[in-house]
Design a binder for this molecule. Sequence first.
Ligand code: GLN
Length: 210
Amino acid sequence: MSMKKSIAIGVLAVQGDVLEHVNMMNEVLKKNGYKPNTIWVKKPEEIELLDGLIIPGGESTVMSRLVSEMRFGDKLINKIKEKVKNGLAIFGTCAGTIMLSKTSSDNVVKEFSQTLLELMDIEVVRNKYGRQQESFEKELLIDVLGKKPFPGVFIRAPIITSVKKNVEVLCRNSEEIFAAKQDKLLAVTFHPELTHDFRFHEYFLKLIQS
Ligand code: GLN
């Protein structure tokens, strides 16, 4: 099969499950006729080359701390924000969604403050279901992915509690929002990269192409 024009995708490699995203996104790129061009990124200049960026799950407080301790941490944050204005698509999963949010509070530790990208008009509560032992799996109905339920893997998951009008809710129940999109920014509170279901990464590729 002849390869299409290259698409470059980065996974923010500060902390969290980077490799799983790299592997899944590369499979999706190949399946769609692209070169498997998903790379680990942590330097501001690497952001410049990207069409899409994935911010993985992990521990957002650690991510925030490591970014603020990095020599080029501020530059990295500013570069991501600047690139979003120029059309960079971002996919945040779990801790990545917290990083994307404008405001976040914590259900377990209560008071805390952390560096966020503040790119999406969503409010997030961290550790909504408690600690590690409250992790669970749940089938989710997500219209944009078709009729087949998506396997939601929730690990010390946050919840999106409210969104502004410019945010499209992709999946919710009565009180909780599990997935949302704002322009080319996509946020989910669970871990698609830990399943064998590629549909969210495919949906992200479509966002990049749009
Ligand atoms: N509880 C974590 C945080 O607050 C998120 C957990 C995850 O990404 N699986 O960052």
